[in-house]
Design a protein around this ligand. Sequence first.
Ligand SMILES: *Cc1c(COP(=O)(O)O)cnc(C)c1O
Length: 664
Amino acid sequence: MDVSHLMAAKKKSVRKWTPAKSEELYGFQRWGNGNFSVDSKGCVQVQPLGDQRSIRVLDVIQEARAKGLRTPLLIRFQDLLRQRVEQINEAFATAIREEKYDGTYRGVFPIKVNQMREVVEEIIDAGEPFGFGLEAGSKPELMIALAIHYDADSLLICNGYKDEDYIRLAMLGSKLGKKIILVIEQASEVEPIIRIAREYDTVPVIGIRVKLLSQGEGKWATSTGDQSKFGLNTSQILNACHKLREAGMDEALQLLHFHIGSQVPNIITIKNAVIEAARFYCQLARLGFPMGYLDVGGGLGIDYDGSRSNFESSMNYSMEEYARDIVFNIREVCRSAEVPVPDIVSESGRAIVAPHSMLVVEVFERITKIDESLPPKPDNKPHAIVDELEHILKSKRRYSQLERFHDALQKKEEAYSLFNHGYLDLENRACAENLFWKICQNIEEEMRDSAYYPEELFDLKKMLAEQYVCNFSVFQSLLDHWAFNQLFPVAPLHRLKENPSVNAVLVDITCDSDGKISRFIDLEDVKEYLQLHPLNDKPYYLGVFLTGAYQDIMGDLHNLFGRVNEVHVFLEDDEDDGYYVEQTIRGNPISEILELIQYKENDLLRSMKRQIDRATKRNLVKPRQGTRLLDFYEDLIRGKTYLNIDRETKKKAARKRTAGKKQR
Ligand SMILES: *Cc1c(COP(=O)(O)O)cnc(C)c1O
């Protein structure tokens, strides 16, 4: 068969691949909110402020590398963080202006979503003109908030379960003149709050978290409703009001709070909750409590897959729509109840911090199913089953794809059974497996452009996907993907002018089979592989985007990899395309991780030394070699936990091998 025209067509389509095609394929415009794009060289660039100033991610990676920080690398774009703080404040300001709303917006950042000092400080700084405050959900978070909150006018909201020390800590803040609001989350918190307020001779500002019946969709839907572990139900609220009144603390009650869970995909959920909460608010106001604030919690989503749908990794509304719906509905309820409108508090965490950070991982290896170097048949004694598989491979013209697939499946099963009974040797088994995958590959290639795809062949692409091994740990850096199937956009950071001809899934370096990314964003539903570039002998970097919320702190120590290297990037003020790396943070060295689980570096070194001395005495190692071994152990324990990807040594070894072959 003359395939030259096919080859030519293939070449042409390869040549025609463009950065614009990559931009479309990976969806930068859809999920990027104007902050991510592909430049003419095929590299991903970030526009932290959404304007023409851009930073090429590859440049940052190279600069970090020059400072000794290799991948996995977390990059924070601090300006993007600022942009998000401004966006949410402006969204509410616009809604308030357009709806002629009488109250103001008083946003707070919930520290739990990203506690990193540089992140919280940047948010406080960017939020200062808007009086943007903080929210704490635990004692340690409140300790952070008290220390770094300096604007006496911005709010400091205290949520979460509270013991007496937590309450005292909040009183300490009130004493300092801070606008602290203690939100009653449990009925049992009312009495200690009253008692401790008396102790401190102060009347704190109190809020009540209401357990709404409006229930949403999404992964965190159980944050509301009868079964929720948060908030007070109606009779508990009445009870709390009664107790406050009895204690002469009526004027303390000023805020009503609700939180319907994170990443709410459907705007209808939000509208319903706001309406229900606004009713509660009005009822409390009519009971004679001063009120003044309605806190709508978090829940504002991130459109991770860019589909603008009510799929759980997406959202069917914009930030502007969110703000408008909240403002509008509160106004309407208050108007009908003839109650003055409250100031609106929101506690958006995810929507503010998710976009600012990205994870860079390096692919250093691929696991394929087909071994191109293997001969189709063993040199001696090919088994009949191998002949049969080879026959299927060559019978393309005669049978349909589906028929060949069925035949191949059956032969593969037969081959395994022959092997298990001792009738097939290793070489024949290797050839049978290889042939099976080649048949599947052929079928998949033939089907690629066809209009009709039999259902049984749907999975072929997934089955044939290569595994790209990346230097990172899902358990450390993408816990939400592992735990909740949360999707994140993933894309190569360079080579985007080239055709991504390889379907692959990503696997990490932990010894765990679910340490992988095998579900990817897609306009419809979920994709089970990602189109990537063939590996060459240069580093191949992938970016995982929108990772700044929750991920940063949730990571665990599975396989003891620990935190990754990190750089914080700022735009340079007086240059068009300039940026600088202000902060570099090294990932945990092995010794630090071991310390967390009670292994002291010195104890380990001492034990190793003892064993090496003993081995020296028994003449298993020479004294000089023993010293070297101990030095090596000592160097490593202070070194990095992640893989040290050394391309130079690999290349040298490859050169040696070919040189050796030539000599022979
Ligand atoms: C987690 C949490 C938030 C933040 O929610 P996001 O969906 O990330 O904005 C806000 N308020 C409370 C009470 C929370 O527990």
